[in-house]
Write a protein that binds this ligand. Structure first.
Ligand code: PBG
Length: 325
């Protein structure tokens, strides 16, 4: 036998030399949940190790994350029921939870990249990402107007990147236009371009108490059977001014990550979502898997598939492991 691939796997030193990619802390974005109050750190039952933080506690968590090298966070708000309504009015409050939180974070950590979510669901009493008419249909264009205003409020509070996760048509272009018209040309758009209607978001909706109160999200989020449609969505978002395109969820959509990576020149992000996190945590709690090894294997595989940025609830834990390895 002359061809022996095992020669290059003989020792760890050789494996390190021929390794094709390397997961690093620079790839990771840490999603965090924020709530009103003080000294609050409430664990999400379906996401062990993930908490909803009041601002003071959130700042401590960010400090810890920065200490292990994390350079970016994505913020999601838990809005109390009494502040939710069918119009998602609270999403346009310039003194609301997210603008207030962004200002405080940027003041304390000016170099941290702060990413805000643009969608109505955490603010909507109906739990949908858009406005809803009497027949229960999700209204596209009136929603886009609100989303553009919401993005502007977030930019004014100091967000570095705004991330529309709503899947309405035309929102990236509308947001870019409003941001540019108000001088916020430095604010980037991280577009949830290929966002699928997925059962993997369940634990996230527990965290934010944001599950749809009726129906599902299949008229706006994508059908899990479709791949070409993801390319269509990505092309539209790029034409409308997206700076980074994202695939979500990640693990069940690795082919999509790969196809988008090979078909565009923009950075590609993958969102390792709440259900993906919960499955690993649950199996680990049962003692059925090696949590640390599976975490790093999963994140490495997403990078290998083509993700340049990875949003993951494991960010802090992974950063710690990477630093010690
Ligand atoms: C809101 C939003 C969702 C997630 C991120 N932004 C939920 C949804 O669309 O229903 C899911 C994130 C996760 O599951 O980790 N538009």
């Amino acid at each position: 036998m002359t061809l022996r691939p095992r020669r290059l796997r003989k020792s760890e030193s050789i494996r390190r030399l021929v390794r094709e990619i390397q997961l690093t802390v620079d790839d990771l974005i840490y999603p965090l949940f924020v709530m009103e109050g003080e000294q609050q750190k409430v664990e999400v039952p379906s996401m062990p190790g993930c908490y909803r933080y009041s601002l003071d506690e959130l700042l401590k968590e960010i400090e810890d994350a920065q200490a292990v090298g994390i350079g970016a966070i994505a913020l999601f708000p838990l809005i109390p029921d009494h502040q939710k309504d069918a119009q998602a009015t609270e999403s346009l409050n310039p003194e609301g939870l997210i603008p207030k939180t962004v200002k405080a974070i940027k003041q304390a950590f000016p170099d941290l990249v702060v990413i805000t979510d643009v969608a109505l669901d955490p603010y909507s009493s109906l739990g949908h990402d858009g406005l809803v008419d009497e027949q229960g249909r999700i209204l596209n264009d009136p929603t886009v107007e609100i989303l553009a205003k919401m993005a502007l409020i977030q930019a004014e509070a100091g967000a570095d990147w705004v991330a529309p996760s709503d899947m309405m048509d035309g929102r990236v272009g509308a947001i870019r236009k409003v941001l540019d018209a108000s001088g916020h040309w430095k604010v980037s758009i991280l577009a949830y371009s290929a966002k699928y209607a997925s059962a993997y978001y369940g634990p996230f909706r527990d965290a934010l108490e944001s599950a749809p109160r009726f129906g599902d999200k299949k008229t706006y989020q994508m059908d899990s059977a479709n791949a070409l449609e993801a390319l269509k969505e990505v092309n539209l978002d790029i034409a409308e001014g997206a700076d980074i395109v994202m695939v979500k969820p990640a693990l069940a959509y690795m082919d999509i990550i790969h196809r988008i990576r090979t078909s565009t020149h923009l950075p590609v992000a993958a969102y390792n979502v709440s259900g993906e996190y919960a499955m690993i945590k649950a199996a680990a709690q049962k003692g059925w898997i090696d949590e640390k090894a599976i975490m790093l294997e999963t994140l490495t595989s997403l990078k290998r598939a083509g993700a340049n940025l990875i949003l993951t609830y494991f960010a802090k834990e992974a950063a710690l492991l990477l630093r010690n390895s």
